[in-house]
Ligand binder design. Structure first.
Ligand SMILES: *Cc1c(COP(=O)(O)O)cnc(C)c1O
Length: 373
């Protein structure tokens, strides 16, 4: 089988989605599944929809195009504010987009009118992450502006947390978002179908506190794909941590003494200590590198030590009998490594579906189901 590759267990992704959808349903919150880390891979997106996600969200128009070309007809929202140069395609391919810039909204409206459409607008509010967003004090004016503009319809507001700053969403911040939704509706009428509270980092809040207020949507990528809470890196109870496995191949098996090699060339105190304690006795090279993955995001299997990575080589230490050239080594990966691996042209994606299940019935009937290829 070709190497390097990412093996994807679709049944685990479906299961993770279903688990979260069920838990959040009781809190009045729906799951919008975010496909950006898998570059809009259509079968993975379909697994999320089959697990009960109400719609998809993407950061890049190229990934949305990939989803549409594969035949997905479900609602797709662009969660990165559209590039001014791409507004025509955004209106063509996305049902809605998150926005922070008046000039972009004006351009979206013009593109929508040219296409005889109405494009749905969500306003992204800055609530402390310091990445994107409109100042809360400006949201009311912006909302009124959008409501008065032909070609676009204001459908929601949202916030995003813990991406740039690592600041987690507090109950006070979430209450502020709900108040803002109420304030917008006092000015514009009851237009807000969606109040989107944030991303995977919101799950502790969504699952633990008592009132979720106006928040009725979360945009979830990492938790569904990797089963972890992004802020702590800890596995979420009942979710699969191993839906993705990176498989790499040994290209140099390290004939000769690893002890001599490491002490003469690498010689970091930590590595030397491992060698002295006989926890490393082989130096192995794998055929992948920083161009394919974020090497720091590989979780080393037992008995394997990360030594270093260059653009095309990953150097590891192993203990015990030397591995043969051609041996495959399997790694669990974090979000950063997953994101880069899925975008790397040299990494194949191999889909598995161990427990095919009938998809959840969609009342809207808008999702066409894809066959696995
Ligand atoms: C990436 C992203 C998400 C999803 O984040 P996860 O941590 O993967 O759940 C949600 N919203 C926005 C705006 C994003 O950029």
């Amino acid at each position: 089988m070709s190497c390097p590759r990412v093996e994807v267990d679709l049944s685990k992704i479906r299961g993770n989605t279903r688990t979260l959808v069920e838990r959040l349903k009781g809190r009045g919150i729906g799951v919008t599944a975010v496909t950006k880390a898998v570059c809009g891979h259509p079968a993975i997106a379909q697994a999320m929809l089959d697990g009960g996600a109400v719609s998809l969200a993407e950061a890049r128009l190229s990934n949305v195009r990939r989803l549409r070309q594969a035949g997905l007809t479900c609602p797709i929202t662009l969660i990165r504010t559209p590039l001014l140069s791409q507004v025509y395609g955004v209106v063509q391919l996305c049902d809605a987009s998150y926005n922070t810039e008046p000039s972009v909204i004006t351009a979206l409206a013009a593109a929508a009118l040219r296409q005889g459409k109405v494009h749905d607008i969500f306003l992204m509010v800055e609530m402390g992450d310091q990445r994107e967003g409109i100042k809360p004090s400006d949201v009311g004016d912006m909302a009124r502006h959008v409501v008065g503009m032909p070609g676009v319809a204001l459908k929601g507001i949202g916030a995003n947390f813990a991406c740039l700053s690592g600041i987690s969403p507090t109950d006070a911040k979430m209450r502020a978002l709900s108040s803002l939704a109420n304030a917008v509706e006092r000015q514009c009428g009851a237009v807000l179908r969606t109040v989107s509270g944030g991303n995977s980092a919101n799950l502790p809040w969504a699952l633990e506190v008592h009132a979720t207020g106006r928040v009725n949507d979360l945009r979830i990528g990492e938790a569904v794909l990797l089963g972890v809470d992004p802020l702590t890196g800890r596995q979420i109870e009942g979710m699969h941590r191993d839906a993705f496995t990176l498989v790499a191949e040994v290209i140099e098996a390290g004939a000769g003494s690893a002890r001599q090699f490491f002490q003469n060339t690498i010689g970091t105190p930590a590595i030397n200590q491992l060698i002295r304690n006989a926890l490393i006795n082989n130096k192995i090279i794998l055929g992948l590198g920083q161009q394919d993955i974020d090497a720091a995001g590989l979780l080393m299997p037992p008995g394997v030590t990360f030594i270093g990575a260059t653009s095309d080589h990953l150097v590891i230490g192993t203990r015990g009998t030397p591995l043969r050239v051609g041996t495959e080594i399997r790694f669990q990966i974090n979000y950063a490594a997953l994101m880069r691996a899925m975008a790397a042209p040299d990494i194949q994606t191999k889909l598995r579906d161990d427990q095919p299940e009938p998809p959840i019935h969609k009342p809207q009937g808008s999702n066409r189901h894809l066959a696995l290829t």
